[in-house]
Every structure is written in C-alpha cells, then in structure tokens.
Design a binder for this molecule. Structure first.
Ligand code: ATP
Ligand code: MG
Length: 634
C-alpha cells in the first residue's frame, strides 16, 4: 500500500488501522478497546491493554539480539566510547531499577533526571519505565532556577544527576546547580543519586541526602527487577517544552500509544528495520532525544548512537566518521547543528565512506534552502525535513521512505503522518484555506497515539492552550503553514512570529529565507519591532560565514537589497545588525521573542532556556552601537 491509501485508512478507520499497528509491540494484556473518544479533546488509545516501555525496548530483544549493540555512547568530551549490547543494557537497567527501588521509588513516583548525554541517562530512563516510575528528564546544565521550577511542577521522589557535564572541553559542574535548585524548591526530593564521572574533584555532597550511584550499582549488578505492567494510558514520562514562547508545559506521555507510534515510525518513516543503526544528534533532554536516541531505536531493535560533544570537535567530520564506523543507515539532526557544520570547510562532507547512510532527517526548525542544498549536494544523500513538536512525540509531517518515498520538495516537511488529519485554516474565521494560502496548521482530534495526553496535573491548561483557539475543537499547532496544490505542507513560522507592516502580514520566515540566500550569511533571525508609522517593521539580525566577517556593512546592505528584490519594498528591513551569535534555546531554536524585546527595550521575559547568555549581552552592545544598515533605532 502506498502513502495515500495507508494514511487515509489511518484517519478514516483509526481503530482498524491502529489495532494492526498494536501488534508491533508486546502486550502483557491485549487492549480491550482501541480508541476511547468519548470525552474530547481527551482520548485514550489501547484501553485496558497493559504493557511496558522497558520490556519492549530491552527484554523482548534479549533472545534474538542479546549480543547486538543497543547503545553506542560516544563522548568526544571525555574521549570515551561505550559499546553496550542489549544484554549489557538489560543488566545495567536492572541494576539501576534495583537502586531506584532501594531509594523508595515506586510506580507513579516522579524521578527528575538531570544528566548529560551519557549512557546512564538511558539506563535511568529505562529503569524508571521498568518499575512504572514517571521520569522527567531536564536538560543537563539548565540553570538552577529552571531546574527548581520543573522540580516544583513534577514533585519528584528522587533526582538523578551527574557531578558534571562537559562542553567544548570545559567542565560544567552540575552538583552546585542541583544544590541551588533544591534549596530554592518548594518540595525537594529526599534523595539525590549522583552518577560521579570524576570530572569535578571538588564536588560537595550532603550526607544523608546524596547517594553515590557507583556503590549501589556494584551491589545490584546481578539484580533482576520485575517489570511493572502499566495500563496503556498511564503516564510514562513528563517532558517540558522548550519554552520558546513562554512558560514551559509539562507534556505528559502515555505508555502503549507511544510505544506503538514509535514502533511504526521506526520502519515506515525512518526506514530502520531491526538491526539497523541510527545516529541521532539530539540530546536526551529533548523530545527528539527521548524518541530517537532512546525509545524508538530500542523498541525497534536497532542500534542507537548517543553523542556527547560539539559537532565540530575533534573536527567537523566527527558525525560523518561515526556514521561510517557504525554503518548508520539513518541520521537525524537539526538545522541549527547543520548550519554550524556549514560554516566549516565543505571537504569534511567528503572525507568519510557514507555508503551505508541512506537518509538524513532534519527537524526542529525550518530547514532553509541553502542549508538543504549544501547538505544534499555535499553528501549526495536524501535529506528529509520532518515537523514535530514536543507535544506530538514523533513526526507529524514527514516523507516516509520506509513506506513510499515521495519526491522531496525543499522547504517542505511533506505530508501528515499516520493518524494526523490536518488542516490549514484562517486564524480569524476558522475556515479552510485554499492551496497556496497561508493559515494556521491544526489537527483534528483525536490526536494519534504517541501525542501528549494532557499537561501534567493541568487538564484545564491542556484544553485552553491547544484546543481553545477556534470555535471548533481543533488542536492548534500555533504554527503558520501553507499547503501547495500537491498537498505538501510548508511551515512558515510560529503564529506569534508575524510582522504586521502597514496592515500587511509578513512571516518572519519568508524574510529570513530571502536573507539566507546570500552566501555570506550563516544564520539569520528577523523580528517585528513596533513602529509609530507602520505598526511594525522588520529588523534583521545575522551572523556571517567565516572569511566574510570583515565587511559587515557591505553584507548588511546586500541583505537589505536581497529582501526588497525577493519580497518587495514592504518587507524592506528597517535595519540590519551583524552579530557574532544569535540567542537560542538549549535545543537550538532561535529566541526571536527576546531579540524583539531587546530592540523594543521591553522585558525579554523568561531567559532561563537561553543557551549562551553572552549572545544577548553582545546584542545589547550592538544595539547601542547602531545598525550596519538602516536607521539607528532607540
Ligand atoms: P514552547 O512550545 O515551549 O514555546 P517550542 O515550541 O520551541 O517551545 P518544541 O516542541 O521543541 O518547543 O518545538 C516545536 C516547534 O518547532 C514547532 O511548533 C515548530 O515551530 C518548530 N519546528 C519543528 N520542526 C520543524 C520543521 N521541520 N520545520 C519548521 N518548524 C519546525
Ligand atoms: Mg511549542
């Protein structure tokens, strides 16, 4: 069956379709009802079925693939590579689970995991899943206040952390951040379990509260901890959104629906039959990391490469070298990471034997044309843009090489995946937009398996945040989109990233895309800034490629000319600033919201998810100095 037929069946006969997919995983008790849709927008998949993520990711593979590599954890920070078979993974997960049990963690208890991208993060997640505890992974290195906010929301029984992370050769002690967060928190957990990597010799511990994992692991290395079978709709984990647009939301994921959706995505979307290898360059702290560094590949019986380090260290060929060494068939990365590589010598793309690699998937932000071209031409591989949100847990829009690969249209993540009935509608009237017309991308309930069930302990916020935007009960993605005549969806940016110039609405992405067509530009962010005369005007911030940074004024003028040439005078940037770095969240998403606030002199809001506070400081200085092109602004 081709894409159209399969997709149509998934939305027209969801129960029949998903009943078939349910057989992709092991159930302890088979589901009684495939879909309970009696209380929209809430819905329950595989009701009455009991299963377990850890069993499906680890135990069920032992017989056939016990000696196959499950996880290859590579750190170019500590120069350690750990090749872990399914059998070894099973042992480590049991030891970790026994430790959790000893520390009083049981079914339904929350565990905050604050670890870098190391194997222990995977062990900890799977150990929680094994005993029915709910993990909440917080990106390692997040500031203490962020961590405290998430602790207060999740109210964990235990916090698991490392002594330190490392970035670009620099040790980042985690423990002082944890101590500060727990001092600030309303409900600190009774214990902190420390994975001591020996990176911070000066680490201070609090007797009675802090526990060293190494000694407990030793004691429990031969433990067997029984699987706790969970009803399909019980929570498996919480994951807070990036917070690009405001206070992060505790996305709550189920068990059965998530496992089934991931299992299906592994083969149909990512074209990874059991035994194949994926290099996913995400972090376990993000949604992509949860689904395609940990649960997806393991449920699918594949080998997952987990990477700690910079994409450029020890050299910009490191990811391609890993693909070669482990014969990765699929790579999954983000536009931000690829743009970092694009700044480097193109020769790095050609140095390694990539004959096993078939697909490069990219998600997280719009994939701009120049980056797409550079990657496709440089590697000769098919580059597949896919669109998702922390909320969806797996791609909502993508081409599906494992099922039926449609031609790639650069700039488009393709078509709705299974169970996603999507529409592009007018944000005021809720009417469907014609092909070629821009509107808000919405999903008709019921949301497919794998998508969030609610916001942790806040059903009301779930309904209001996602389903409260239109008269009809529709999930709003809060992203602009347009569908072309062939049904390809193009994402045009977030609904709050629109500039209204003299009554005309311009998407920031369109302006960014036109600026990015200049070869000298490495990265660009466009924001709308209040203007007395026109309502709003576009302001451009850009970083330049290596070697052209000496002529910022020339390039800034070229940017202005290019925008006018491609989009017309209305889109002309009021000013262009050339900067050394753009402010991004830890997950690599541009924080346009804070750039806009800085230019307007208003409160930049919650900067807690900011990756590099230095970038904002530099922008403050550049704003004082004045733009490289256009009028000086207050
Ligand atoms: P918050 O919801 O807290 O503001 P966030 O939306 O940045 O944070 P994520 O769930 O990590 O958190 O990001 C999802 C968003 O990323 C999407 O809504 C979309 O704006 C963007 N995105 C993801 N993939 C793509 C893609 N392939 N093309 C364009 N945009 C994408
Ligand atoms: Mg979002």
């Amino acid at each position: 069956m081709g894409y159209e037929e399969t997709w149509r069946r998934s939305v027209d006969e969801p129960e029949a379709f998903w009943a078939e997919q349910a057989t992709l995983i092991d159930w302890h008790t088979p589901p009684r009802t495939i879909l309970d849709d009696a209380n929209p927008p809430f819905r329950r998949w595989f009701v009455g079925g009991t299963t377990n993520l850890c069993h499906n990711a680890v135990d069920r593979h032992l017989r056939v693939r016990g000696d196959q590599l499950a996880i290859v954890a590579v750190s170019t920070e500590t120069n350690v590579t750990r090749e872990i078979s399914y059998r070894e993974l099973h042992r480590e997960v049991n030891a970790f689970a026994a430790t959790l049990v000893e520390l009083g963690v049981g079914k339904g208890d929350r565990v905050v995991i604050y670890l870098p991208n190391v194997a222990e993060a995977v062990f900890a997640m799977l150990a929680c899943a094994r005993i029915g505890a709910i993990h909440s992974v917080v990106f390692g290195g997040f500031a203490a206040h962020n961590l405290a906010l998430r602790i207060d929301d999740a109210e964990p029984k235990l916090l698991v952390c490392a002594d330190a992370g490392m970035r670009g050769g620099k040790v980042i002690p985690y423990k002082p951040l944890v101590d500060a967060a727990l001092d600030e928190s309303r409900c600190p957990p009774p214990h902190v379990l420390i994975v001591d990597r020996g990176l911070d010799p000066g680490m201070k511990t609090r007797p009675g509260r802090d526990v060293d994992y190494a000694s407990l692991r030793e004691r429990h290395l031969d433990a067997t901890v029984p699987i706790v079978w969970l009803e399909s709709n019980e929570p498996s984990y919480l994951l807070y959104t990036s917070g690009t647009t405001g206070r992060p939301k505790g996305v709550q994921r189920d068990v059965g629906g998530y496992a089934v959706a991931l299992a299906l995505s592994m083969t149909a979307i990512f074209d990874l039959p059991p035994g194949q290898t994926i290099l996913c360059t995400s972090d376990v702290g993000w949604a992509v990391g949860h689904s395609y560094n940990v649960y997806g590949p393991l449920i699918g019986g594949c080998t997952a490469i987990l990477y700690e380090g910079l994409p450029t260290h020890p050299d910009p060929g490191i990811w391609w070298r890993l693909c070669e060494t482990y014969g990765a068939r699929t790579m999954f990365s983000s536009p931000t990471a690829l743009r970092i590589l694009k700044k480097q010598d193109e020769a790095w793309l050609k140095k390694h034997d990539l004959s096993a690699l078939k697909w490069i998937f990219v998600a997280g932000e719009p994939l701009d044309r120049p980056t797409y071209d550079w990657l496709t031409q440089g590697t000769g591989k098919t580059v597949i843009d896919n669109y998702w949100q922390t909320e969806t847990g797996w791609p909502a829009l993508s081409l599906m090489p494992g099922l039926d690969l449609k031609p790639v249209k650069p700039g488009s993540p393709g078509f709705p995946t299974f169970g996603y009935r999507m529409r592009v509608i007018d944000e005021a009237t809720g009417e469907d937009k014609a092909p070629g017309e821009k509107g808000v991308l919405v999903i008709e309930p019921p949301l497919p398996p794998g998508c969030l069930g609610t916001i942790w302990r806040d059903d009301e916020r779930y309904v209001r945040s996602y389903f409260g935007h239109f008269k009809e009960l529709l999930y709003s993605s809060l992203d602009w989109a347009v569908r072309d005549a062939d049904g390809y969806v193009f994402i045009l940016g977030r609904t709050d990233d629109v500039i209204n110039v003299a009554g005309h609405r311009l998407g920031t992405r369109e302006i960014e895309e036109s600026v990015a067509t200049l070869g000298a530009v490495a990265e660009v962010a466009v924001v709308g800034v209040a203007d007395e005369l026109k309502g709003q005007v576009p302001v451009v911030f850009a970083t330049l490629r290596q070697g052209v940074a000496d002529h910022p004024v020339d390039v800034a003028h070229a940017m202005e000319r290019r925008v006018v040439e491609l989009l017309g005078g209305l889109a002309r940037p009021a000013c262009v600033y050339v900067v050394a770095a753009l402010p991004k969240t830890r997950s690599g998403k541009l924080l346009r919201r804070s750039l806009q606030a800085l230019v307007q002199g208003s409160d930049p809001g919650d900067l807690s998810t900011l990756d590099d506070p230095g970038a904002l400081e530099e922008i403050r200085r550049v704003l004082v100095r004045g733009p490289h092109c256009g009028a000086r602004r207050a």
